[in-house]
Design a protein around this ligand. Structure first.
Ligand SMILES: Cc1ncc(COP(=O)(O)O)c(C=O)c1O
Length: 370
């Protein structure tokens, strides 16, 4: 190539943490050489039932596609205010809750600030802050994956700007205890409570937003509402944080399709919650079934996935064994989760396929036997 390349990425981009990617259904099917409908895609906590027909119909009859969407997101915010009981002014939508995580970092972080992440948790909490100039301080959870409040308190510094707390936590499935969260809030640091799996858990820490100015709640339509493809997240924010986020967000961050889908999905809540209930029942059944395999230790979950500890050194081999049966579950590369797999709870038929594949996993007690 001619000409000298003067462009370089910022050093934080070069240093960016890379994660094992989640592949699209199409890419997986292509790689495995099977039709997409044969793949049990249980690696991204998607909802196998998708959205209700009424949402699909609302999307099919969209008009005004030549106009930009409402930058103030008024209709979906009104619908979300009614759904959550939170004030209209406190609600802001994002292009997935992933975008809201970025906006919070953009509005908060100055180079050299610190972000606390109780690990293991959602990988995005580790990968995004450095891109905004923050240093990530990881604080291991306890053996039962509870937040270790004392350890977090020891990790606080004058540069600590925020702490990410998912409840239920991905991938461990457990809830954050309200007393522990409140104790952390009293230090005055911003806590981002990520309730991506709220509808599966049925419990929320939302009332804290009315009592503390340093807490935000994030939710998504990707999981319970079966709309991961449309990218819809929202947050409930105290007034000063909300004002800052409105200043930093792109005007048209949420598409017309996404805005219409929010209203339609919330209008058809009964349909959706009936599927959420099915997934919860299936989760509890699958959890019991998984317990019978000597090479697996499943953890109880309040979400739509089950984390399993796999007998020493076998997680990646088990992942490959399931993949050979066109079943894709989540595996990990990082030190905290190398011995774990996370299985998204799908349909009863998908559970049966997993259980059948597990029956044929060649395990005789020791890694060298497998
Ligand atoms: C804890 C947590 N937060 C946020 C997200 C991202 O949600 P969204 O699809 O709205 O960006 C996920 C998705 O896996 C998640 O597990």
């Amino acid at each position: 190539m001619e000409g000298k390349m003067a462009w370089r990425p910022r050093p934080s981009v070069d240093d960016a943490v890379e994660y094992l990617p989640v592949e699209s259904l199409e890419a997986i099917a292509e790689r495995l050489g099977v039709p997409p409908e044969q793949v049990a895609k249980l690696d991204a906590n998607e909802n196998p039932y998708g959205p209700p027909p009424s949402v699909v119909a609302a999307l099919a009859s969209l008009t005004d596609l030549h106009l930009y969407p409402d930058p103030d997101q008024r209709r979906p915010r009104r619908a979300l205010a009614a759904y959550t009981g939170a004030a209209f002014e406190s609600i802001l939508l994002g292009n997935g809750s992933d975008e809201l995580l970025d906006l919070i970092l953009l509005a908060t972080i100055e180079p050299g600030d610190e972000v606390i992440v109780p690990v293991p948790s959602f990988g995005v909490y580790l990968s995004r802050p450095p891109l905004f100039g923050a240093r990530v301080v990881t604080v291991p959870r306890t053996e039962t994956f509870d937040v270790d409040v004392e350890a977090i308190e020891r990790a606080l510094s004058p540069r600590t700007k925020l702490i990410f707390l998912a409840s239920p936590n991905n991938p461990t499935g457990n809830l954050a205890a309200a007393e522990q969260v409140e104790r952390l809030l009293r230090h005055g640091i911003l806590a981002v409570i990520d309730e991506a799996y709220f509808e599966f858990a049925g419990t929320t820490l939302q009332s804290l937003v009315e009592r503390y100015e340093n807490v935000v709640i994030l939710r998504t339509f990707s999981k319970w509402a079966g709309l991961a493809g449309l990218r819809i997240g929202y947050g409930i924010f105290p007034p000063p944080i909300s004002r800052a986020l409105w200043r930093v967000k792109q005007p048209f961050n949420v598409s017309l399709a996404a805005q219409v889908a929010v209203e339609a999905a919330l209008a058809d809540r009964e349909w959706l919650m009936e599927r959420v209930e099915r997934i919860r029942r299936e989760r509890d059944r699958l959890y019991r079934e998984l317990q019978r395999f000597p090479f697996l230790q499943p953890y109880p979950s309040h979400a739509n996935f089950i984390l399993c500890r796999v007998h020493d050194g076998l997680a990646h081999r088990l992942h490959a064994h399931l993949l050979a049966a066109a079943i894709v579950v989540r595996r990990y590369d990082d030190a905290w989760l190398r011995d774990y797999l996370r299985i998204t709870v799908g349909t009863p038929e998908q559970s049966e396929r997993i259980l059948e594949a597990l029956e044929t996993f060649p395990f005789r007690g020791r890694e060298s036997d497998a």
